[in-house]
Design a protein around this ligand. Structure first.
Ligand code: NDP
Length: 266
């Protein structure tokens, strides 16, 4: 089947609407994921999100539901566990989406600084199990549902680290995991053209806990290297995720969109 083509006479702003859609965001409890949940709901979708450690996930869901007047639900999930991911996605589709999931955002991720010669099974697995394997299980669970319903849309949070090596150069595992998901997304985009679009968002430095946990001198150094001269707020990514999730991006698949204030240009 050819890639889905929406009604081309729909006015352009209406093409961004997610009214009537059901979305699922992994790692939606804070940071970038939380903003994506809010953005998809503001665009009209009912949104389920997953969390792993957050104790306030239910309150987060209630707060976004109140602000957007959409159905928002939080589900516990560790994306590294394949069977749990498959079962949780099916459960969410059944009990939250009336059997459907239109949009899935594979966003959960972790970062750590480890000199490459110090890698052991444990710390190598810590990053790659979430950022790479976790995205594969997320994609697989989403893809099964998309194939069954004949249509779906996967957006993956990658990183500019897929393409560059930043100081302190002790993030080889993180960088490799992000490069891997960009290539994974391209492969799935080609394999799934009959029933789904697959795209990546690659942010630069975004003001979330992942960044603020880094040493202050590093944060200052990174700031000095950004042509935009400021760190991006997670709210500033919202439009891009809505775009990719919507029919406005109907011909985009296999893309990797960088949003970094010019960081990767010099
Ligand atoms: P945060 O640390 O703020 O949030 C990470 C999210 O991932 C949380 O919701 C967390 O859940 C969830 N999570 C972590 N591990 C697991 C797991 N095993 N299973 C399920 N969920 C998990 O990070 P950001 O918001 O900054 O990062 C979001 C994504 O953006 C990541 O993929 C990251 O690599 C990417 N990114 C971030 C950049 C930045 O500068 N911040 C730059 C480029 C990319 P919980 O809260 O329950 O623990």
């Amino acid at each position: 089947m050819p890639l889905y083509q929406p009604n081309l006479t729909t006015p352009v702003l209406e093409q961004f609407s997610l009214q009537g859609k059901t979305a699922l965001v992994t790692g939606g409890s804070r940071g970038i994921g939380r903003q994506v949940v809010q953005a998809l709901a503001e665009a009209g979708a009912d949104v389920a999100f997953t969390y792993r450690t957050a104790e306030d996930a239910e309150q987060t869901a209630a707060s976004i539901a109140q602000q957007t007047n959409k159905r928002i639900a939080a589900y516990h999930l560790d994306v590294t566990k394949r069977v749990d991911v498959l079962e949780t996605f099916e459960r969410i589709a059944k009990e939250f989406g009336n059997g459907r999931l239109d949009v899935v955002v594979a966003n959960a991720g972790v970062c750590q600084n480890v000199p490459s010669l110090d890698y052991e099974e444990e710390n190598w697995a810590y990053v790659n199990d979430v950022n790479y394997t976790g995205v594969m299980w997320t994609a697989a669970a989403a893809g099964k549902i998309f194939k069954r319903q004949g249509r779906g849309n996967l957006v993956i949070t990658a990183s500019v680290s897929a393409n560059l090596v930043n100081v302190p150069q002790t993030q080889a595992g993180y960088n490799a995991s992000k490069a891997a998901v960009v290539q994974l997304a391209k492969s799935l985009a080609v394999e799934w053209t009959d029933f789904a679009r697959v795209n990546c968002v690659s942010p630069g430095y975004i003001m979330t806990e992942m960044l603020t946990r880094q040493p202050e001198d590093l944060q200052k150094l990174w700031l000095s290297q950004i042509p935009a001269k400021r760190i991006c707020r997670p709210e500033e990514l919202r439009g891009l995720y809505v775009f990719l999730a919507s029919d406005a991006a109907c011909y985009m698949t296999g893309s990797n969109i960088i949003i970094d204030g010019g960081y990767t240009l010099p």
